[in-house]
Design a protein. Structure first.
Ligand code: TYD
Ligand code: MG
Length: 459
């Protein structure tokens, strides 16, 4: 390939999925998004970087038992919540992408990460000046002799800085502002972002260092620019939360070295991000009891039970207008499905109502154990009857109106008991905690109708 003289030609690339096409179109044929095709120059020396993506180890096949496995052990980051999400820490030679909306705290988290390490680290700031970063580092108590800072957007200079400082961990903040002058496409374009990421992936593998790339996400939660980046890197972390709340949630959405379902919880305070030791208490802090339209659910995030409050409001919709199903912090299509089940199987007349449902506290939850809580919160709002203040509920709701078991029932019950709840509505066959019920009464239900009745909502 390298022997062929590169011919530069114009192509169009989708800024969402990275698909390429020789002709412009209003809609990307690959991912179906509108107005995402942008002009790119391909075929310059740039494209050669794409060829060298394969692993550098060219020793040929070997018996699986003879392959060394001690090379990709995670190294603790020094931040417990981050280690939990990563399954132990960062792996040398790996590249991690940290995505999140502007202002969510990506730069803060990574500066803290670099300062917590004991080996040499390098922070490449391609967005803020060295002075700005230094001022933030002072606030975060991150001034360390082994933490190097380089305010630079040019990739060759960054690689030179890696040569000079020999770090074990490099942060590039952000990949979208990196520029490789060897690439023919314009700065900030899909081609640049992809080309720079590819080169950095190669550097990480060749030098056996860990690299973390910061990536901004768009309003709808996608990584701005090419989603292709997600395929190139080993790990994709998502930093989310409501900018108006202090709570920040960190998840791995892709992870080649461990589980992807652990959740890290941070709170943004004056001195940066700190771990939230007791998330349930934090989620319930603003809860007012005795109000209709509220249900408390012990939900599971990875291996951790968290008790959250779900809220719902119903109001008569306009005539002849489709009724609204508005979800915040929970899945919108799940809410629509549950409202259909509540109407048809639970005989709660939500069909002519606009329904608003949200998870309080800015959390984004997707777990099926929330179903029954959503249904009871909506029914409670419809009937204007509050659920008992010391009652919690969990369970999956099926299309037949049946209540299905969900994982980790004992841990959910124990967490509800710890927070002072005295009764929990659970799927009929849920196992009990080994160490007893700690004063909690289990109300076992097999159907949605039964749950509504036992919660006092059968009107
Ligand atoms: P930042 O890390 O710059 O976000 P990102 O890199 O994702 O764009 O942090 C954003 C916000 O965090 C900023 O509005 C100020 C706030 N903040 C604190 O509240 N305390 C702190 O110690 C720091 C460093 C930032
Ligand atoms: Mg930043």
């Amino acid at each position: 390939m390298a022997s062929k003289s590169p011919k530069i030609k114009t192509m169009f690339a989708c800024s969402e999925c990275g698909a390429q096409t020789p002709k412009w179109a209003g809609r990307c044929a690959e991912c179906g998004d509108w107005n995402t095709l942008v002009e790119e120059l391909f075929g310059g020396p740039a494209d050669l970087s794409l060829v060298s993506l394969a692993p550098t180890n060219r020793s040929g096949p070997a018996r699986i038992g003879e392959i060394r496995s001690d090379t990709s052990r995670p190294i603790s980051t020094g931040i417990d919540e981050l280690d939990a999400v990563l399954g132990g820490g960062l792996v040398s030679g790996s590249v991690t992408l940290l995505g999140g909306e502007p202002g969510i705290g990506k730069s803060t988290l990574l500066l803290q990460l670099l300062a917590a390490r004991e080996d040499t680290t390098l922070y490449v700031s391609a967005e803020e000046s060295a002075t700005q970063v230094r001022l933030r580092a002072e606030r975060l108590d991150a001034i360390r002799p082994d933490l190097w800072l380089h305010a630079e957007t040019s990739l060759p200079h960054v690689i030179q800085a890696i040569d000079e400082t020999k770090p074990a961990l490099v942060v590039i903040d952000s990949i979208q502002t990196m520029v490789d002058p060897d690439l023919s496409s314009a700065p900030g374009s899909v081609g640049q972002v992809r080309g720079c990421a590819n080169r950095l992936v190669n550097e990480a593998k060749e030098r056996d260092i860990a690299i973390v790339l910061v990536g901004h996400v768009t309003k709808d939660g996608n990584l701005a620019g090419p989603r292709v980046l997600e395929h190139v890197v080993d790990t994709v972390l998502q930093f989310e939360g409501d900018r108006h709340h202090a709570l920040r949630l960190l998840r791995a959405v892709k992870h080649r070295f461990g589980p992807t379902n652990e959740l890290g919880l941070f709170e943004m305070v004056g001195a940066g991000l700190v771990a939230v030791p007791d998330p349930s208490t934090m989620f319930l802090a603003d809860r007012r009891t005795g109000i209709p339209g509220s249900a408390v659910v012990p939900t599971m995030e990875g291996r951790r039970p968290i008790v959250v409050e779900l809220q719902a409001l119903t109001s008569p919709g306009l005539e002849n207008v489709p009724k609204r199903r508005s979800a915040q912090g929970i899945d919108g299509s799940r809410l629509s499905m549950l409202m259909a089940v509540l109407g048809q199987r639970g005989r709660v007349k939500v069909g002519n109502q606009d329904v608003y449902a949200s998870a309080a506290g800015g959390a984004k939850l997707t777990e099926p154990g929330l179903d029954l809580g959503i249904c009871l919160a909506v029914a409670s709002a419809m009937h204007d009857i509050p659920l008992p203040a010391d009652m919690a509920v969990f369970g999956e709701v099926g299309l037949g109106g049946e209540v299905r078991q969900v994982g980790h029932a004992p841990r959910r019950v124990t967490e509800a008991a710890r927070l002072g709840f005295r009764s929990v509505i659970v799927p009929a066959k849920s196992p009990e905690p080994d160490d007893g019920l700690n004063g909690v009464r289990l109300i076992r239900v097999a159907t949605l109708v039964e749950a509504l009745r036992k919660a006092g909502l059968n009107q």
